[in-house]
Design a protein. Sequence first.
Length: 290
Amino acid sequence: MKDIIIRGNENNGKIRFFAALTTELVNEAHNLHMTTPVVSAAFGRMLTAVSMMGTMLKGEDETISLQVRGDGPLEGIVAVGDCKGQVRGYVLNNSVDLPLKPDGKLDVGSAIGEGYLTVVRDLKLREPYVGRVKLQTGEIADDLTYYFASSEQVPSVVALGVLVDRDLSVRAAGGFILQLMPEAEETDIVKIEENLKDIPSVTKMLDQGLMPEDIMKKVLNGFDFKITETVHPAYKCNCSEDTIKRALISAGREELEDILAKEGSTEMTCFYCNKTYKISEKDIREILGK
């Protein structure tokens, strides 16, 4: 089933929502980065969130980055998205293996530990917008809910889920973001809270075959809403030989001259897709010449 993100709003403009099915892109990330189940769950939640948050952007060259740094064994995750829902990312430790929690779920919170969530919106202005909050649980969805409320003053509900199959592939992934606009009333909040009490987890609904629109019908039961946009997200790295060569410049003249003297050439691997580029002696000399 093809990945999809829908966005829309309650007809009176009191609520806006984003809902996603991201199984294919999260599975692609798992295959590229060879992640263990708990890392797949953490990484998949981040990629799902950034794919939805990316559709909040207006310009095609704008990007949004989510960065988690914690004292747990996973160490950190970076996920980047754009307005089309295209994402890429990497994890600092892809081999974390932890016991399941007592309820049988993957222990993402312990894998990440205590630390910080950073949101960077690059709107191609002089400086990017940067928001940073302390992790509340390390489960990603709770931390983003806290971020929206404290840094952007937007009351939100964030739900994310990744279901890993027995063969370690990603069986289902997705989530939703629900945000209350200033026009929302107390009765609207109560109705949403009641709805949320009655619905299963995101992974359970996706595993039952529900699509994002079906999930929003449950979350917004009793509300009239409309879908205003649909996009098909994907895991897509934008690396190229040129971008890798530009990155090599940051090594500095001394380091490049040392590579020439000792090895003559070098290899560089993209963090986002693990593709390896061979940089020849000629390439390094051209970089030094510039």
